[in-house]
Ligand binder design. Sequence first.
Ligand code: ADP
Length: 271
Amino acid sequence: KPHIHLQIQISLFGDDDRLIVAKDVTRLYQLEQMRRDFVGNVSHEMRTPLTVISGYLETLVDNADDLPPKWRRAILTMDQQASRMEALITDLILLSKIETGEHSAPDSVIDVGNMISLICNDARALSGDQAHEITMDIGERRLLTGDESQIRSAFSNLIFNAVKYTPAGGQVFISWYTDRNGAHLSVRDSGIGIDPVHIPRLTERFYRADPSRHKETGGTGLGLAIVKHVLLNHDGNLEIKSRIGEGSEFICHFPRGRLTELPPETPDSEI
Ligand code: ADP
C-alpha cells in the first residue's frame, strides 16, 4: 500500500492565526529507505565470502610457525584486517536494522545492574595490561523496559569507547541513576577528550574527531551512530560533554515510562 509522507510545519501568529505548511517528503523518505536496504543487503552479501576467507586464514594462522617470517607477517596482517572487516559488517547490519526502528525482539525487562557488570568485565579484559580503573555506581531502580540486545550494544559501545580513548592507568566511571525526569546512564572517563567543534557530528556514521587515531583503536566508526539510534528507538537521547585533555561524559537519557517498578518483595514471614 503506497504511503505518503508529509512534513508539517505550524507557525502561530498572534492568538488566532496559524500558517500551516505541508511538504510532501515521500520521495526523500523512499530514497532514505533504499539507502538503508542497500547497505543492509550489501553487508549481508559480503558476510558469506568473508567468513570463508577468515576460516582459511584461521587455519593458516594456526600453522604460521612453520612459515618463513615474511609469509607469517602477511598472514597475521590479513587475519587482523579480516577481523576488522567482520566487525564493520556486523555493525553495518546492526545499524541498518536499528535505523528502521525495528526491534530484534519484543521489549523485555532489563536488569541494568547485571548488564553493566557484565560489560565492565569485558571492558577490563579490553583494558588488559593498560589497567584502567573501571568503577560503577548503580542506583536502586534498575529495571528498564526495552530491547535487550540493542541496549547492550549501546552501553557496550560507550563503555568500550571510554576505555579506548583513555590512556593507560586512567579512570572510567559508570553510573546509573533515576530522578523525576527518568533514568540516566552516565559513562565518564579521564581520557583524551573531544574538541567541542566535533561534538554535534560525533553520532554521524564514520565521523571521527581524530581520524589518525582510529587505526590504533580499531573501532568501526559506527559505535555512536548505533547508540543514537538505539536511544531514539527507546524514546531517549544522548548527551555528550567533553573537555579536551580532561575527559568526556556520555549520558543516555531514558524517559520515566521506560522504568519498570521493582516487583514487590515477599516479606520473610510469608515464606
Ligand atoms: P570509533 O569506532 O571511531 O570509536 P564511534 O562512533 O564509537 O567510532 O566514535 C566516534 C568518534 O568519537 C571516535 O572516533 C572518537 O573520535 C570520538 N569518541 C568517542 N568516544 C570517545 C571518548 N570516550 N573520548 C574521546 N573521544 C571519543
